[in-house]
Design a protein around this ligand. Structure first.
Ligand SMILES: N[C@@H](CCC(=O)N[C@@H](CS)C(=O)NCC(=O)O)C(=O)O
Length: 206
């Protein structure tokens, strides 16, 4: 059975858990990271020298990097649906996954870490505000894109929605000023109606 190492409150682990839920892939999960440790043990670092979660073991293969894991599982279990079989449609999903990692996440991460995982007296609020503005500018691009589609690549759910889905959940649930992005709000509601998203991604921020 697929084995997943990672704590359930990690944004990168949530991508993998949600993906498994969408594809009905049975898995065994081992708590690892932060208070659980495990990821810093020599045994773990032999498998993943970065000492980070998530990591999976599937049919004897070890794989780390959340988006590589999502792409692998989607291709293996959801070719033609979660992983579009058409090269152009697949590139479109890939593009939004990369855009999330390179454009959304660098601004989202400092807001999340300061507001959710740092005690008030130690928060870097000027950084939170700069990042919040940068994030809002990126999400305005996504909002405009979502004006005439159900999911990020069109009217079907694909792996392209997974990294964006976990990011927008944080944006909608952090204690920040949010610009009015109605198409993004509708997209979030659509994702919330998916049982696997509700179970693994749309959960309290900790
Ligand atoms: N690029 C990696 C980043 C992995 C990463 O930063 N994981 C964090 C959790 S989101 C981690 O392992 N932090 C250390 C810990 O939990 O102890 C991926 O997408 O998988």
């Amino acid at each position: 059975m697929l084995k997943i190492w990672g704590r359930t409150n990690s944004i990168n682990v949530q991508k993998v858990l949600w993906c498994c839920g969408e594809l009905n892939i049975p898995f065994e999960r081992i708590d690892a990271g932060m208070q659980f440790g495990v990821n810093n043990t020599p045994a773990y670092k032999t498998l993943n020298p970065n000492g980070l979660v998530p990591m999976i073991e599937d049919d004897g293969m070890i794989l780390w990097e959340s988006q590589a894991i999502v792409r692998y599982l989607a291709r293996k279990h959801g070719l033609g649906s979660m992983c579009p079989s058409d090269a152009k449609a697949c590139a479109d999903a890939d593009r939004w996954m990369d855009w999330n990692a390179t454009t959304v996440w660098p601004n989202l991460r400092p807001i999340f870490w300061n507001l959710v995982r740092t005690e008030p007296a130690k928060r870097d609020m000027p950084l939170v505000e700069t990042s919040r503005k940068g994030l809002a500018a990126s999400l305005a691009i996504l909002d405009a894109h979502m004006a005439n589609r159900q999911y990020v690549t069109g009217n079907d759910f694909t792996m392209g929605d997974i990294p964006l889905g976990v990011s927008i959940h944080r944006w909608f649930n952090m204690d920040i000023v949010r610009e009015n992005l109605p198409n993004l709000g509708a997209y979030y509601k659509r994702l919330q109606a998916r049982p696997a998203y509700a179970q693994h991604a749309d959960v309290p921020l900790t």
